[in-house]
Write a new protein. Structure first.
Length: 515
């Protein structure tokens, strides 16, 4: 697996060719870029946005979530195909797409990517704020933080038990306990806000900045990968064990109803906007627009293009290219299977527990609300189990996303003519930006203390860019594909369907925001 912390070795295709693996065992050992991308999306897309959509919409929009995971892989592989053939980065390739441009400063796609990046970097503010929430719940630093934690936990437990129809005597005792904690908190701390989330978010931002600057975190990345995988398995296990609880189980009727292309019924008494939330989620679940852009960069660092070599028109080159294309397809589709199962599990938990109880993950209570999904199965251990996994996946997302942003943004500076067009200069800027972006994410969180909304803002911006990337994928397929590497008719049909779905979603996203 390529290491997102390593000093980048992005360079034009050289003569360092390597024969592609021919057996399934060796092919699987050669994958990696898709797994890094999957690790970067579980925290923001699946854990936060997907569960929020389930909490607001119930089961009705499950079909849209599944579609969001499946439909974008075709465009992802097409963008990767052109990078493998040409050795160009994504932004260099997008700069070839016809349309308005500023001479020497990039075309319209590059400039819109910059706008999308502004929203995407705000997403990192939401993620580091979520990490701060999880850590402040697990290990409060201040007395006011500990008191606020006890009060919030008691309030959430009361809401849960009210739905679960707990006996009147127990409910009365819980209400009395909440009133007592609220009174004690008010008398001791008044209206003071607990700073624990900010302290933890700052600590994690500084740690990430230092790790990215020095590049000594291969062990941390490997450890985070194990934790992300473990938490995903735990989430799926939680969903299956939930089926033993008649109050929260997901029935086949609810599941297939969610796959029937329906829409949720509007609730006049709720401030939730399930359609808008779902559309924003569509832009970032699976491979969102940001992941579609960054995937070819990881393919370059893995060496797929370098191993293929310069296209000299020979049968040997064509054979190598076809072999490494096979590896890339396995990489992309394998990652899709992993994050699709995770996405479905998170959505169903949000619909089955949060939607029924009437909780919506928002603002400073987002992480605590998400933990309620584990209460029916793990009871008193729910918070501990959830927080352990949430810290792992959220930090892994923050970690990998900042490494990805540094690579793409430094390339944008090159394409726009801001820095010299050579790899040595770009490597310097990757290191600098890797250290700066985590701090920038923290500053954004300080200005806007609503992690879920920060993530959804990024989803809207990415949703708008999806049809642009779908069109670019079609351009590369029909105007840049090398003879002998063209996909079959079935692939072309699915690529057009993918681009069409992205167009519909992008248009729908724009219209929903104008209403």
């Amino acid at each position: 697996m390529p290491d997102p912390s390593a000093t980048p070795t992005v360079s034009p295709i050289t003569s360092e060719t390597k024969e592609p693996p021919r057996t399934w065992a060796r092919i699987i050992l050669s994958v990696g870029p898709g797994l890094i991308v999957a690790g970067s999306i579980v925290g923001s897309g699946e854990l936060i946005a997907t569960t929020k959509t389930g909490a607001e919409a119930g089961f009705a929009l499950l079909w849209l979530i599944v579609l969001g995971c499946l439909v974008k892989v075709f465009a992802q592989i097409e963008l990767g195909r052109y990078t493998l053939i040409s050795g160009q980065t994504t932004l260099q390739a997008l700069n070839e797409v016809p349309g308005p441009r500023v001479r020497g400063r990039g075309n319209w796609l590059v400039w819109y990517w910059l706008l999308m990046w502004l929203a995407s970097i705000s997403q990192q503010g939401g993620i580091v704020g979520s990490v701060g929430q999880a850590l402040s719940i697990s290990a409060p630093i201040t007395a006011v933080g500990q008191s606020a934690n006890e009060l919030a936990a008691a309030e959430h437990l009361l809401t849960f038990e009210q739905y679960a129809a707990t006996s009147d005597d127990i409910l009365a005792g819980e209400r009395a306990r909440v009133d007592q904690l609220r009174q004690q908190h008010q008398q001791t701390h008044g209206d003071a806000n607990a700073p624990d989330i900010v302290y933890w978010a700052l600590a994690m931002s500084l740690a990430t900045s230092l790790i990215l600057w020095w590049g000594r975190y291969s062990m941390i990345q490997s450890f985070s990968t194990v934790l992300v995988g473990s938490f995903t398995v735990l989430t799926i296990l939680n969903l299956f064990m939930l089926q033993d609880d008649s109050t929260y189980r997901v029935t086949w009727a609810e599941f297939w109803g969610g796959m029937s292309f329906g829409f949720p019924t509007a609730d006049a008494n709720s401030s939730a906007r399930p359609i808008a939330t779902a559309l924003a989620t569509f832009g970032i679940i699976g491979v969102g627009a940001a992941e579609l852009v960054v995937y070819p960069y990881w393919c370059l660092e893995k060496g797929y293009a370098k191993f293929t070599g310069v296209n000299d028109g020979s049968p040997e080159w064509l054979d190598r290219a076809a072999g490494w294309m096979r590896v890339m397809r396995v990489d992309a589709w394998g990652a899709m299977v992993v994050y699709t199962f995770a996405t479905i599990a998170f959505y169903l938990l949000g619909a089955a527990v949060l939607n029924r109880v009437g909780l919506n993950p928002e603002k400073s209570d987002m992480v605590r609300t998400l933990a309620v999904m584990f209460v029916p199965v793990f009871s008193d251990w729910a918070s501990t189990v959830f927080l352990f996994g949430a810290i792992a996946v959220l930090y892994s997302t923050f970690f990998v996303a900042n490494a990805s942003h540094a690579r793409v943004f430094s390339d944008a500076l090159r394409v726009m003519g801001v820095i010299a067009d050579d790899d040595a200069t770009r490597r310097i800027w990757i290191r600098r930006l890797s250290a700066v972006f985590p701090i920038l994410g923290f500053l954004i969180y300080l200005l806007f203390r609503s992690p879920a909304q920060l993530v959804l803002i990024s989803g809207v911006a990415q949703g708008v860019m999806l049809p642009m990337l779908g069109g670019a994928a079609l351009f590369f397929r029909y105007r840049r594909c090398v003879e002998g590497l063209q996909p079959g008719r079935w692939w072309d049909v699915m690529l057009w369907a993918s681009a069409g779905a992205m167009l519909v979603t992008g248009t729908w996203t724009i219209m929903s925001q104008l209403q």
